[in-house]
Design a protein around this ligand. Structure first.
Ligand SMILES: [Zn+2]
Length: 635
């Protein structure tokens, strides 16, 4: 047997991860393994053991909200009851949907349906107002479709047809459990597919959603109501808010709303009812019998390329820790995250922000006034590290009755959350809210709060360890921190100011220069072949700008170290991107995800920096070489 022959200079990702990739086995119930997924699996294992101890009374629960999480966990495990009840817990809600015979009746029941989680002809929510992030506003958009993106509905998209066939087959089997006659079952299913195809012609594609600042389209409520009729938006608002109904709505998806008559009208009303019925039924299977749970996951398994569902105990943990995400995250953080690590990483974030400022000052494409604004934005970034100090009030309200079926409990929790969200319309934005719980292996930047969140769960090896070298930590968590900060200045984030308000702080000329660099970044990735598909450079540009910025700023810090180890830096960076995935999942991500495939994130980004060439003596004869004038550095 020969040793691995891949040279680091030709393919960093393969050279670092190749041996592992050869033998790694993707768990049956997961679409991928390695890197992020390994940490995720470890967190899951730890937390599952704790949930088990809580449920069995071996461990006392000192976070009150966790009591409900554990009670919900037990409900999932109670398969005796779930299996005995079968489909029955969802039947009253299905009957309610089916009994709606006219659009007027739909309008009268809309708020009730909304709180019960039934999809209406429009989606509505209350969220931070992009232009004035101190307050909330009421937003509206078209419904979600069955397939992952509108592009799957194109005539020449074989994946779309295949997925719809799997969905239809699954839906037919689940519908057979309902009291509908065989003929009705067929009509309901046909109508569901027909209605979804109509919606798909109007709603935004993934690519359009990726430019999220374009979601901000204030429109008078009267105008929206005119487009949405016969669905009565004004009545919905009046039923929720009385005489305080908002006079302006934020339309996230203007085409879907303006052309709503293309999918929802008196003529398509029945298609809608059947679509709502089928979607409610399928969504509910997650909380019904084991048989229905497995059946209802068929489409997801196909989409992700996974062979099996999570084992019952894992299902129970996942459902409970998602429904009570913040309490579970606070528990995880308090139990497993050390103060020493927290202090250390906060220091690192501060250092990265300060270094970012230096780089902005030195930057050659910005004028002094734009630089000043950018630095002001950097100074205002709020750091959320590990987990919140306390559980927010909303989580204490998520209660259910002891006698509830699993579905009733989940619906009750969801209704409280929806009600709370609607009530936020008249409350100021709470900037201390966390967007990610402590047990999540991820990190994020919130453009509207101008803050960054690093859950405790990501602050582990290979990303971060007090026992790793500083160079390794910079190549790991350092690049992630730099990445999240760079989102403040990616093609979306650049539109928001230091308070998170959608406001132009650029001179026209500076923004043009930035757009030219953005275009270069689109081209650097666009069309790269990957597993038989191609990267869409435009879809992934914001994340690539962030990766590029994250690497630039951390390499800058490397220069200030006493003994920088550039090789260790790049090797650990390639390690964090290590991933082996199911082919179906790779294709799904390639078509829909705003992130580039991990392998490319590891292999393209370093080529833009001179340190890469010096660290490994990379020359024009090597695979990971690009000519100097094609190298991009934006931030
Ligand atoms: Zn990102």
């Amino acid at each position: 047997m020969s040793e691995t022959t891949v040279r680091i200079q030709d393919d960093l990702y393969q050279a670092v991860n190749g041996e592992w990739l050869k033998t790694a086995v993707i768990p049956e119930d997961k679409p991928f393994t390695g890197g992020f997924a390994d940490l995720d699996r470890d967190v899951e294992k730890t937390m599952m053991a704790d949930f088990r101890s809580f449920a069995e009374g071996e461990k006392t629960i000192d976070i009150p909200e966790m009591r409900y999480a554990v009670a919900l966990y037990k409900k999932v495990l109670d398969t005796k009851r779930r299996n005995a009840e079968g489909v029955s817990p969802v039947l009253p809600l299905l009957e309610m949907i089916r009994s709606i015979k006219t659009v007027n009746e739909l309008n009268a029941a809309a708020v009730d349906l909304y709180l019960r989680g039934v999809s209406l002809p429009v989606q509505m929510d209350v969220d931070t107002d992009m232009q004035d992030t101190s307050r909330n506003s009421f937003g509206i958009q078209g419904p979600d479709i069955i397939l992952p993106d509108t592009a799957y509905y194109a005539e020449d998209n074989p994946a779309g047809k295949q997925l719809l066939a799997v969905y239809a087959d699954m839906a037919a089997k689940v519908l057979a459990y309902t009291p509908l006659t065989a003929e009705e079952q067929k009509t309901f299913l046909d109508d569901t597919l027909a209605f979804d195809a109509l919606i798909a012609k109007k709603v935004k594609s993934r690519l359009e959603w990726s430019e999220y600042y374009k979601c901000y389209n204030p429109m008078p409520t009267d105008e929206v109501a005119g487009y949405a009729a016969p669905f009565d938006v004004k009545k919905f608002l009046e039923n929720v808010y009385g005489d305080k109904a908002p006079e302006t709505l934020i339309v996230y998806d203007p085409k879907a709303i303006r052309e709503m008559s293309g999918y929802f009208s008196e003529e398509t009303f029945l298609l809608y009812i059947h679509w709502a019925y089928v979607r409610t039924l399928l969504r509910s299977t997650a909380c019904l019998s084991e048989e229905l749970f497995a059946l209802g996951r068929t489409y997801t398994r196909q989409l992700m390329g996974v062979a099996a569902d999570p084992a019952l105990e894992k299902q129970a943990y996942l459902m409970a820790s998602q429904a009570y995400a913040e309490p579970a995250g606070v528990y995880y953080g308090r139990t497993y995250f050390g103060e020493e690590a927290k202090k250390d990483v906060v220091e690192l974030v501060k250092k990265i922000i300060e270094t970012y400022k230096l780089r902005i000052e030195r930057n050659t494409f910005l004028s002094p006034s734009t630089k000043e604004q950018a630095i002001r934005k950097l100074s205002a970034i709020v750091i959320k590290m590990g987990y919140p100090d306390e559980v927010k009030e909303i989580w204490t309200k998520l209660k259910f009755e002891e006698g509830d079926s699993l579905l009733e409990a989940m619906n009750r929790i969801a209704a409280v959350r929806r009600k709370d969200m609607l009530e936020k319309l008249f409350k100021p934005v709470d900037r201390t809210e966390w967007l990610m719980p402590g047990h999540m292996v991820n990190a994020c930047y919130d453009p509207m709060r101008n803050d960054i969140t690093f859950p405790a769960a990501i602050l582990q090896k290979p990303f971060y360890s007090l026992h790793q070298s500083v160079s390794e930590n910079l190549g790991g968590i350092g690049t992630v921190i730099g990445h999240e900060i760079s989102h403040a200045f990616d093609n979306n984030g650049a539109k928001f100011d230091e308070h998170g308000n959608l406001k132009n702080w650029w001179t026209e000329e500076d923004f043009k220069a930035f757009e030219a660099l953005t275009k270069e970044m689109i081209e650097q990735f666009d069309g790269i072949e990957f597993h038989g598909g191609k990267v869409n450079g435009e879809l992934v540009v914001s994340e690539n700008i962030a990766d590029n910025g994250g690497m630039g700023v951390t390499l800058e810090i490397m220069h200030t170290l006493d003994k920088p180890d550039y090789q260790a830096y790049f090797i650990n960076n390639a390690r964090v991107w290590c991933m082996k995935a199911k082919e179906e999942y790779i294709q799904l991500m390639l078509a829909n995800d705003v992130h580039s495939p991990h392998e490319l994130r590891a292999n393209i980004c370093p080529r833009n920096f001179p340190e890469w060439y010096e660290a490994f003596g990379v020359t024009e004869n090597d695979g990971m070489y690009i000519v100097p004038d094609k190298r991009i550095s934006i931030w």
